[in-house]
Design a protein around this ligand. Sequence first.
Ligand code: ARG
Length: 475
Amino acid sequence: MALWGGRFSQGAADATFALSRSVDFDWRLAPYDIRSSLSHLSILESSGLLSKSDAGAIKGALKELGGEVGNGHFLPIASDEDVHSALERGLNEKLGARGGLLRAGRSRNDQVTTDLRLFAIDHMLEIAMLITAMQSALLEKASEYINDSAPGLTHIQHAQPVSFGHELAKHAHAFARDLDRINDWLARTSVSPLGAGALAGSSLPLDPKATAKDLGFNTSFANSIDAVSDRDYVAEALFILSLVGTHLSRIGEEWTLWASTEFAWAKVADAYSTGSSIMPQKKNPDIAELARGKSGRLVGNLVAVMTMLKGLPFAYNRDLQEDKEPLFDSVDTLLVLLPAVTGMIATTDFNREKMSLAAPLGYSLATEIADYLALKKIPFASAHEAAGACVALCESTDRQLDQLTDAELIAIHPGLDSGVRSVLTVHGALSSRTTAGGTAPSLVAAQIEAALAENHSTQKLISHKQASFMEMMSS
Ligand code: ARG
């Protein structure tokens, strides 16, 4: 044993450090760590635990360090374990042993989750803003195509004609729910864990409520053990982000399909397409494909954190360090993806003629015949059967529904008088769909207008929250 023991323990020490070191990825928490240190410092000072002159010196050094972190003059070194130890080194380099005074009443356990909450709030707001930009691109684009019909699809088969503006606007509503979720999440995340210490609170005269207020949180923790163990806000954020990714991937799938030669509905702008190194004619919708593809990692990050949390005992365990990279990755993924998809949407042109010519194909007006009879109080089962017979006759004689003669229609069902012709046009079908939320162009215009108004007020709300967050960070 002695033969390899020394070497093993030496090796293990290096390996332990290599494994547990997080500064390579948690360094981006530095600005939040400095800001929460300033809050902690002011409590230490106001409670009389630190003299005015010590507190003043530490505050000056922290601010200076913050500046150096910002301009890249202060960076972690090989021996720094994590962002907290790197910054403590920085402080001690400026103040000597006096720097250590700041540690009173605080543990990395409450510190790290305070920092991560601040990071998460900051970045979820940024992502929310990007979502609203994409939403408005969708709605603006939708408003250009309100009066253009297109085949509405189920099972990727022609179902019923729709207004293409309605088709595009639908995506904005999914994102409205995501924005709603972010707003709900904010309320639950706005709870400061600072003052919980390692897990049991503190015997020092700290004031978690005051620290929370100073950091812009709505409130502070109710249970110190929960405060340092809770990563629900990470899991929830990752769920929201993965759902945003899922919504983007559904857009990606549609755009890819629509841009295919077979569909040829969408013409994606050159600036948002890529070429092939061997096939000169190729123009590929790579942004749409990446939108679809990146949903995998977003869901993966959620699963990683959920799995890490499952069965984890309270309070702090080092497993929790694994909360950061998934969150950072999901945030970074969307910060790059959202603007690209927004640009793609805003610059895509759609082939109105091709879509409207295709709208009645595949007997997509058959439901109109059934509804026409239903309005005459014919039981829907019979109405459905009559419409089906119309389709069968068309299919066997290679015609469209509006090419059936009056005599043929009446023969199929006595209720099918010539009045049915008014609904056997795409225009008639669209304008008759006037139930709330339906595809009648007049309704679609109002829906888009309402969605745009909501989009603007959400945008305002988020930028207001961003401004107060920035103000907090720089105070
Ligand atoms: N780097 C650690 C993390 O991310 C900080 C907390 C360390 N706490 C501890 N008790 N070792 O979770």
